[in-house]
Design a protein around this ligand. Structure first.
Ligand code: KG4
Ligand code: ZN
Length: 346
């Protein structure tokens, strides 16, 4: 196709984002408006506030993305938009904007699954390589899932978390430690000053089936979270949580917690690759920003003869480059929708 410019729009959670990407890989612009400040006082995303903020920002963000790319809508090959999963009131804002542009300029509308787009982001650093099939580890605020990724936008789930997502665990432990939201970057920064071996917090491993057989893959972070809480309460479950400045060895707690999460994620991802006989892992989602995860999983993968691919840090957390990027192979595969397209929380 001569014209390979895709406009991507993302509004599934608390980032309003738009981007223009050429041919799936070449980033011409990326604009992200983060609402983090608006949600910070609540320690998490408030859906009602998120929806209103998207309404306020979406048009300006799209205009800037087109401007910075030096592209006018008539030059586009299509409009890709996150249609699922996410907060419904937030998704609808980006989707409505995308539909309006598609209608006005008679462009194909390309519905994007947010998680499939995160995985695409991990391929964007290596446009010259064919990265599928791969194991995809998606670690974000809402997801901690291992997939078998067989192609662009093709994910088969292998295992997920029984309770919290990894990013959610970072956010909640950050809250306990009195650190700023989002918790991942705050914990990672404090952990730099701490000893990851100071405290041995639990690492969950699924139990083998009763009658014997292979141990399943999976994650759980609620036990770890509780262990950290009891630790900072001095092992007295009923004691009040002390104020952050009175928590002893906060940096050691942060580093030891981070280490437990990173170890669980790394070992499960390597296990999945070995079981599936696949020598590639694509790591994606906000937690893929985590330097300790990159280091540890990268090293474990090298030792096992597996290639681990991470997105550029700016494209780990929510952004529209991954939406516009995945839009290209999906458009080529005819995965478009008409204007009746609906958003879905799942
Ligand atoms: O992918 P994302 O932007 O949004 C979702 O789709 O959830 O991921 C956000 C999550 C948050 O929970 C945040 O705390 C976590 O990613 N995160 C990190 C880091 N940067 C962001 N977790 C650990 N280390 C980081 N450096
Ligand atoms: Zn995300």
């Amino acid at each position: 196709m001569a014209n390979d410019l895709i406009l991507g729009i993302e509004s599934s959670c608390d980032e309003t984002a738009a981007a223009v990407v050429r041919g799936g890989f070449e980033v011409l612009s990326s604009v992200v408006f983060s609402q983090a400040d608006e949600h910070a006082v609540f320690g998490g995303v408030v859906p009602e506030i998120a929806g209103r903020s998207h309404v306020r920002e979406v048009h300006g963000v799209i205009e800037r993305a087109l401007d910075e790319a030096g592209v006018t809508p008539d030059q586009l090959a299509g409009v890709a938009v996150t249609a699922r999963p996410g907060l419904i009131g937030s998704l609808l804002v980006g989707l409505s904007a995308a539909k309006a542009i598609a209608f006005k300029w008679q462009l194909p509308l390309i519905p994007i699954h947010h998680i499939e787009a995160h995985v695409w982001a991990a391929t964007m650093e290596s446009p010259e390589l064919e990265l599928f099939p791969a194991i995809a580890l998606v670690v974000s605020g809402g997801h901690t899932t291992l997939f078998r990724a067989t192609g662009p936008g093709q994910l088969e789930p292998l295992a997920t978390t029984l309770d919290d997502a990894a990013g959610e665990a970072f956010d909640k432990v950050a809250w306990m430690l009195g650190l700023a939201y989002p918790g991942g970057p705050s914990i990672a920064a404090l952990a730099e000053e701490g000893d990851p071996k100071a405290f041995r917090f639990p690492r969950y491993r699924p139990k083998p089936p009763r009658g014997g057989g292979e141990r399943p893959l999976g994650f759980s972070f609620s036990g770890l979270k509780t262990a950290v809480l009891y630790h900072i309460r001095g092992q007295d479950a009923l004691a009040p949580t002390p104020p952050p400045d009175q928590i002893p060895r906060r940096a050691d707690v942060a580093a030891s917690f981070q280490e437990a999460v990173v170890e669980a994620l790394s070992s499960q991802a390597i296990d999945a690759a070995q079981r599936e006989g696949i020598d590639r892992i694509l790591v994606a989602g906000g937690v893929a920003c985590n330097l300790r995860l990159r280091e540890r999983l990268g090293q474990a993968a090298r030792e096992a003869g597996i290639a681990a691919h991470f997105p550029a840090p700016a494209f780990c957390t929510d952004n529209a480059v991954m939406i516009a990027g995945l839009g290209w192979p999906l458009l080529a595969a005819g995965r478009t929708a008409d204007l009746a397209l609906d958003a879905s929380p799942r």
